[in-house]
Structures are given as structure tokens and as C-alpha cells.
Design a protein around this ligand. Sequence first.
Ligand SMILES: C[S@@+](CC[C@H](N)C(=O)[O-])C[C@H]1O[C@@H](n2cnc3c(N)ncnc32)[C@H](O)[C@@H]1O
Length: 274
Amino acid sequence: MSSRESKYSLQNDTKERERLDLQHAYIKHGFNGNFAAPVDQILRSGARVLDIGCGSGIWILELAEEYPNSHFIGIDMAPVVLKDKQPDNVEFITHNVLHGLPFEDNSFDYVFARFLGAGYTKSQWKEIAIPEYTRIAKSTGWVELMECDIVLKCNSKDNSKEVDLINKALVDLCDATNLYFNIAGEVKGFLEEGNRYNNINCLEKRLPVGPMGETVADMGVKDFQEIWKLFKTPIIPLMQVSEEEYDAIYESAIQYLKTIGAKWVFSRAWGQKV
Ligand SMILES: C[S@@+](CC[C@H](N)C(=O)[O-])C[C@H]1O[C@@H](n2cnc3c(N)ncnc32)[C@H](O)[C@@H]1O
């Protein structure tokens, strides 16, 4: 496999776009907004913004409406399918980031990339993705990375055996594919390496997945109901179970989330290019 080949394996169908929209609402609620870098003022004045791996496009569409003076570009290797007319200050480009970003050096005021953990291998992150993000950001422009861990932390002292089984299989899948599913703890280090950024900050949060009596916790359960289905095919052989056995483990794990719950670790790091 060439070092520029993508190993991303999740679907890009209507169901997945709906999951990404739900996940977006969950994150926005949990982090109280759509971004953490101090970019509100530049977005108001008029900035050039790139969203890398933009998925359904929901992040861009919300920002484009809020900041009409700014210009937004979303890039994803899968085409973005919009329900409504594309706003004038938005462009979408279909392109594999691992082939290099199709933009000039120093051409964006703000570069945002969220949930690319399953998108690049460990070496692709360091050798292609981060250097490309840095290259296209303007000097003093901001780069913000947001990632999460795939492993959930159970709320009770006695972990759920079934949640643990799925957690372990997902870690095994990371190792087998060399992808970076448990990547929350890495994002700050990506920006620190090579002294290319000033004013680096990192915000870590553990959001509820389960019965906290809040809408946000319910959204977390709905998201994991889909995530654990998305990974069913690759993790069954690693768990050495039949499809029926996986389904039973899955049902018990979901029941645990609904009744006792877990925490989902996210982190976002942002820095200003030197
Ligand atoms: C988990 S989704 C996250 C989408 C969006 N950033 C969000 O937070 O809702 C990951 C997205 O990254 C895209 N992606 C993965 N690898 C990519 C690559 N090498 N180049 C471009 N897009 C990629 C996928 O097609 C998918 O839409």
C-alpha cells in the first residue's frame, strides 16, 4: 500500500450523514459552540476558512450562515450531498487529503479538521496531514484539530463486560490497521511538534453517553448505537465471535449505556501558525 492510499472504511451514505449531523449537535452542545480557537473576530471581519474531512458539511453550513463575510471551503474525499441550495460563501471540493491539499501555501486564516482519526494512519498524520495543514495556513492563521477516543469509559466501578469486549476489539482494530482511533491524547502534540505554532491550547472534555437525564447523553447513546454497528464487520473476526454472538454483546452493551452510562473523551487543540 502506498503511503498516500486511504484506509478510511466508514460508509458515506444518507444514514452516515445523518449520524454525523447528530454527532455534530452532540459536540456543539457539549462544547458550547462550534469552535474553540479565538477566531470569532476574524470570522466577522471576513476570513478564508477550510474544513478538512467536512463529512455532511453541517459545520461549514452553520458557520457560513453565522459569518456571511467569510468564505468557507469544505474538502472531503466523498462528495457532499446538500439538502438545500449551497450558500454563496461556501464551496465543496471532493479530494483525498493524502494526495496533498490543492491550495497555495499560506492561503487560509483558519483551518479546522474534526474526526479524521479513522482517516489517516499514524505515519500519514505526521508525514502528510499535519504538514499539509501547516503549509496552507497563513502565518498567524489558526489551525484547530478535534478528535476523540473510540474507547468508552464506563460509569460504574464494575465495568460492563460487553462494553469492555467491544472497546478491546476496537483497540485491536487500531493496531491491525495502524489507524488512530484513540487519538484524543495526541492532538496537542501534533501541533507542538516542529515548533510551527504559537499560542497552542488544548481543551479536553468527557461527554456523557447514557442516562444523565439530558438530551445530550441520549444523543451519545444514539451515536454509539450506530458507531458499534459501523465497526461490526471488521471487529467480529478480532473478537472471534459469530454474528449472532456479536449482536447479543452489542445489545447488552447498549443496554448498559442506557441504564448506567459511560463517558466519551474528546479533545480539541488549536494553535497559531508562526
Ligand atoms: C468521521 S467523518 C467526520 C466528518 C466531519 N468532520 C464531522 O466532524 O462531522 C470523517 C470524514 O473524513 C473524510 N475523510 C477521511 N479520510 C479522508 C481523506 N484522506 N481525504 C479527505 N477526506 C477524508 C471521510 O470521507 C468522512 O467524511
